[in-house]
Design a binder for this molecule. Structure first.
Ligand code: KG4
Ligand code: ZN
Length: 362
């Protein structure tokens, strides 16, 4: 059995997996979402303090399995340094106390393994990684080498949901809030422009769309409710960068308008993902494509990906909904692959900003 610890952002999580058949023996996750919600995003110092308080107790609740452990795994990259550190310290302490080897796991590789939690990994594979910190299109070769085909040049997909939700006065994390509110809205009410439309650049950009949401909110704040398809300034127009002009509890926007903005934003954000993916699909011959990361739980995105993959005769893989967001099960699964390769870590270091390029995942 391998015990894995995940603490790269705002979840303190521990899982134990059997290396022989990937069966899950133990799993617990303590989410800090409620504590960060009042600030509309993750506050690093608060996250560090909460991890330090939660991790010893979460680890000790797995104590009955300690005698069966063969290795301790931990996320050591990428992530918030103040969040990674308590996990790494705990893993080192446990490994020393139990005299076990350490396995370091890249958080993003963990997300990729969330597609294969209880089975062998299937390669080659195309991957869309959409989380709070990353938005990437990846190609993984038969031998497990990752190539980054495209990434975001500013905000990530999940981050654009979080920031738009904050402007609309919704809670944190913004992804589920926007998704739920969007169900009540008209997704054509706002004619937000599609980022990078008509270009051949294989990259993402969500900051312009976010600013269009900001302007729509400002316009409503000023009680000039725009009519259907009212002109929204293009993403290139000069936009004030002063967040403080939008109150975080935006109660002055009528609820139907909020729902319309949420739905219009979600539609265009997902269309942007698909629009750029079409470029990638036209040059890659993927037989299998997976979507991972916290934001891969978005149902509109899942529906659009299903149509895209069907049109390219490509099998679409999702992680189970409960394992899309950060969790230690995916870290344990990635660690099992390393355990079988005897890929242990002699000198475990933290790398808050690491790249996936050319990393080998098997
Ligand atoms: O992978 P994750 O749990 O943490 C990071 O590694 O960043 O992803 C969290 C992100 C947040 O930005 C959250 O708003 C977003 O995933 N998210 C969603 C949805 N559920 C979570 N975004 C869009 N739609 C959702 N249903
Ligand atoms: Zn993540």
């Amino acid at each position: 059995m391998i015990l894995a610890i995940e603490s790269s952002c705002d979840d303190s999580s521990v899982a134990i997996m059997k290396a022989s058949d990937f069966s899950l023996v133990h799993y617990e996750k303590i989410s800090q979402e409620k504590e960060h919600a009042k600030y509309g995003g993750v506050v690093p110092e608060l996250a560090a303090r909460l991890h330090t308080a939660a991790l010893p107790a979460v680890i000790l609740r797995a104590k009955e399995h300690f005698k069966s452990l063969k290795a301790i795994a931990v996320t050591n990259e990428p992530g918030l340094s103040v969040s990674l550190l308590p996990g790494i310290v705990a893993a080192k302490a446990l490994a020393t106390a139990l005299n076990l080897p350490l396995i370091s796991v890249n958080h993003l590789v963990g997300h990729i393994y969330s597609l294969f939690l209880s089975e062998q990994i299937k390669l080659p594979l195309g991957v869309l990684l959409v989380s709070g910190g990353h938005t990437m299109i990846l190609d993984i070769s038969e031998s497990g080498v990752i190539s980054v085909l495209g990434a975001t040049s500013d905000d990530s997909f999940g981050e654009s949901f979080d920031k738009s939700a904050k402007m609309l006065g919704l809670g944190y994390p913004g992804g589920p809030q926007i998704q739920n509110l969007a169900l009540k809205g008209d997704d054509r009410a706002y004619d937000f422009s599609l980022p990078l439309k008509g270009t051949k650049r294989l990259e993402y950009s969500f900051s312009g769309l976010k600013n269009q949401v900001r302007l729509a909110c400002l316009e409503l704040e000023n009680s000039r409710i725009p009519s259907k398809n009212s002109r929204i300034p293009s993403e290139n127009s000069r936009i004030p960068s002063d967040n403080s002009r939008i109150p975080s509890k935006n109660s002055r926007i009528p609820s139907q308008q909020k729902a319309n903005i949420a739905a219009s934003f979600e539609r265009v954000a997902c269309l942007h993902i698909i629009d750029r993916l079409k470029l990638a699909f036209s040059s890659q011959k993927w037989a299998r494509f997976g979507v991972v990361g916290g934001a891969s739980a978005n149902l509109r995105l899942r529906g659009m990906l299903e149509s895209l993959c069907a049109s390219y005769d490509c099998e679409l893989l999702f992680a189970p909904l409960e394992y899309c967001s950060d969790n230690a099960v995916m870290i344990a699964r990635a660690a099992v692959a390393k355990y079988h390769n005897k890929d242990f870590c002699q000198n475990l270091e933290m790398h808050p900003r690491s790249s996936l390029e050319n990393l080998k995942i098997i």
